[in-house]
Design a binder for this molecule. Structure first.
Ligand code: NAD
Length: 703
């Protein structure tokens, strides 16, 4: 039923590299030889004429890329869908191709104006499978795929192109006779590679390696058993020969300077589909979400759109109401499309985390699924974030209790709760999918995130981010104010110190903060306690005399002697009661009744009797102490800070001090308004903090 092969070509009379719209063109402006291009094009045409009939469309001055007829449109039978070019540089071609097809008696179809689709460059019929493979992500828009499916009555399989070099599907993908497929997997995302593998059996997949791919081996024209391409390496040729294909090489160096080769220079006018299928359309799924807040100045909209694209989807902004005054909020309604329901759900889940809410008509109750095995969630569980969330149960939005990240939501008669997977019991009803879930984001604007850098009496002026370049004093001043405010209203501050606090000599500053009532719980590991107690007992920290800055003879055993002493007494509290320990961070905790929890780790010596080596119990103890906190001060411990960060909901002010910007970024970059990172020496930080508090205290006393 396939018609004799017919190809459309356009002579390269006006071909040149005149602009840069793909990486191949870079550095090649006006570098293509006119004579060379003409010779190569003629040689290609005579090679093709041995196997196919060639029709010609007249070239047009000022449209150098018109030679690449693959992008004229997509043809099936007597129907053509004319391209909508992404780049303005090529849009002038549209009317000439349209005219040619109309003159030849084709039934001409067009897409809406702003919906890019670059014809057979991004859409390739797979005659054996009766499907159309369609590319998106670089030039063509995913939303064009359902329209293509409708236009031709075919099943469209969407493939996402992820590299700029392989910007059209036909640069890296070529269905061949007999159900074979020549393709370069590196040009696609993982989802697309899975789709290809699920539709094309391994023995039919001919994988092209990068050296052949960059030689445009996939940009080939296949007629029967003949494949015409620019160039193929020995191994690729051997593989194709084994599959009974004959490779004809047609050098394309002049056109490659423009990012095209054999296939780009031709458009098939004779494609057919072997089996007539019912037209299932494209697998593309869409959903509409709404967002509200300082969408532009907080960068929230940008993040949402980026996240959609990065996740393999595409979007249309259906409505946007811009808040006109500085404080007014904006509203957006966004249609998100993805090549499959799984990809769509993944994207929507991330948008929900950003505060997006499904549009009214999409909202239903959250879907619940029962736990069948203790400690194991249903596969499709919704994973929580630090942001307050709500689930829709029997038509009502219910606030989730015990908000924390990386948990699941369990709904029962008492409401909705965050629960760790390990704590699930059979029968627990767990929220699955993304329907009927929303997260509440505090409205954040550029002002409130402090990007103008001006002081404000709001803690949040420091905003989420790393403040290495901002003046540490300014940050310290804000924290000092906040500590005083929390203390005054009977709030809760949790400190998470690492052993470096003691090594830098700042243990005395932390002890002062505890003594003066600024600290209400302390979370750490074995080391911070060992080093603080060693300091109190023997005047050294890891054997180093901090006052003199020198290692003490035999000091390397000091921490073991300390551990031994505490073990003999039975606990840290007992050492204080027995008068063995008379100063330091833990001494002050015991004296002031500040609860602490020490979580064990594999590198711990001892451990101290107080160190909890059962990590689940340690996490539970941390979680209990974090609950209800207003501020968490994380001081130079990556391990314990990250552990605490995961269990702290948004709304809690979080300060992370570390000398390593990477650690600070990881912790401060929760996208939350209230987290701040301070890249500095923890000793310096604590010393400045107590000085600042002392000054505030003194000025209050003077007033
Ligand atoms: P960690 O790697 O988690 O954190 C140390 C952090 O301190 C790093 O992020 C580092 O960049 C930062 N840092 C180093 N110098 C700094 C400075 N001057 N100012 C600011 N930040 C600075 O290591 P950790 O918390 O020290 O230890 C991890 C685990 O190992 C803990 O559970 C700890 O208790 C345990 N440990 C036990 C012993 C022991 O029992 N003897 C000794 C060491 C560590």
């Amino acid at each position: 039923m396939t018609a004799p092969a017919t190809l459309l070509m356009c002579p390269p009379d006006f071909f040149d590299v005149e602009y840069v719209i793909n990486p191949w063109m870079e550095g090649n402006i006006h570098r293509a030889s006119h004579e060379g291009a003409l010779d190569q094009w003629r040689a290609l045409m005579s090679a093709l004429e041995k196997h196919a009939q060639v029709e010609i469309v007249s070239p047009q001055r000022g449209l150098p890329d018109m030679v690449f007829t693959a992008n004229a449109g997509l043809v099936l039978g007597r129907r053509v869908l004319i391209s909508r070019f992404l780049h303005p540089e090529r849009r002038g071609e549209e009317k000439h191709f349209k005219k040619w097809f109309a003159q030849q008696g084709f039934e001409v179809h067009e897409l809406p104006r702003d919906l890019p689709f670059e014809g057979a460059g991004d859409a390739l019929f797979d005659a054996e499978r009766g499907v159309l493979w369609a590319g998106y992500g670089q030039r063509s828009e995913l939303d064009s795929h359902p329209m293509i499916a409708e236009c031709f009555g075919v099943e469209v399989l969407s493939l996402r192109l992820v590299t700029h070099r392989f910007y059209h599907l036909d640069t890296c993908f070529c269905p061949l006779a007999g159900g074979f497929l020549l393709y370069y997997p590196g040009a696609f995302d993982a989802n697309s590679n899975r789709l290809i593998e699920s539709r094309v059996p391994a023995e039919k997949r001919i994988v092209v390696e990068e050296p052949d791919a960059v030689n445009f081996a996939c940009n080939a024209v296949n007629v029967g058993q003949t494949i015409v391409m620019n160039k193929a390496g020995t191994e690729l040729k051997r593989r194709l020969t084994v599959e009974r294909f004959q490779v004809v090489e047609a050098p394309m160096s002049e056109f490659i300077k423009s990012g095209g080769a054999v296939k780009c220079l031709t458009l098939s006018l004779s494609d057919g589909i072997a089996r007539s299928l019912e037209a299932p359309g494209a697998l593309v799924e869409s959903s509409v979400v709404r967002m509200e807040g300082h969408l532009l100045d907080s960068g929230l909209l940008e993040r949402a759109l980026e996240l959609t694209i990065d996740g393999g989807g595409s979007f249309q902004i259906l409505e946007f109401n811009l808040g006109k005054l500085r404080q007014s909020t904006s509203k957006a309604e966004i249609k998100v499309s993805a090549p499959s329901s799984t990809v769509l759900e993944r994207i929507i889940a991330q948008l929900i985390d950003l505060g997006a809410v499904p549009a009214a008509e999409d909202v239903g109750d959250a879907e619940l699924q029962a736990v069948t095995k203790a400690g194991v969630a249903p596969d499709d569980f919704y994973a929580t974030t630090i942001y307050p969330s709500e689930v829709r149960v029997k038509g009502k939005w219910v606030k989730t209790k015990d908000q924390r990240m990386d948990a699941v939501i369990v709904v029962d008669a008492a409401g909705a709760h965050c629960r760790l997977i390990r704590d699930l019991s059979p029968g627990d009803q767990v929220v699955v999918g993304v329907r009927g879930i929303r997260t509440i984001r505090k409205t954040e604007s550029r002002d409130s995130r402090g990007e103008r850098g001006g002081p404000s009496d709001e803690f949040s002026f420091m905003g989420a981010g790393v403040s290495s370049e901002r003046r540490v004093e300014l940050v310290v001043e804000q924290i000092a104010w906040e500590l005083r405010r929390i203390r005054a209203r009977g709030g809760k501050v949790v400190v998470v110190p690492g052993p470096v606090v003691v090594h830098t000599g700042a243990g005395e500053h932390l002890a002062q903060l505890i003594r003066e009532g600024y600290v209400h719980a302390l979370l750490g590991g074995n080391a911070v306690a060992v080093h603080d107690l060693e300091q109190s007992l023997l005047g050294t920290s890891l054997g180093v005399d901090l006052k003199r800055g020198v290692a003490v003879h035999g000091g390397h055993r000091h921490h073991l002697r300390t551990i031994n002493t505490i073990r003999r007494c039975g606990s840290i509290a007992a050492t204080v009661e027995q008068g063995v320990i008379r100063s330091g961070v833990f001494y002050e905790c015991i004296k002031a009744g500040v609860p602490f929890s020490l979580a064990g780790s594999i590198r711990d010596d001892g451990p101290l009797p107080d160190t909890e080596m059962d990590l689940i119990r340690a996490q539970e103890a941390y979680s209990r102490l974090v609950r209800g906190s207003d501020m968490v001060l994380m001081l130079s411990t990556m391990l314990h800070s990250i552990g605490v960060g995961n269990m702290t909901p948004a709304g809690v002010k979080l300060v992370c001090v570390d000398i390593n910007p990477a650690v600070v970024t990881k912790l401060a970059d929760r996208g939350s308004l209230e987290s701040v990172g301070v890249v500095t020496d923890v000793g310096l930080f604590l010393s400045m903090l107590v000085q600042r508090l002392d000054r505030l205290e003194a000025s209050k006393a003077a007033a």
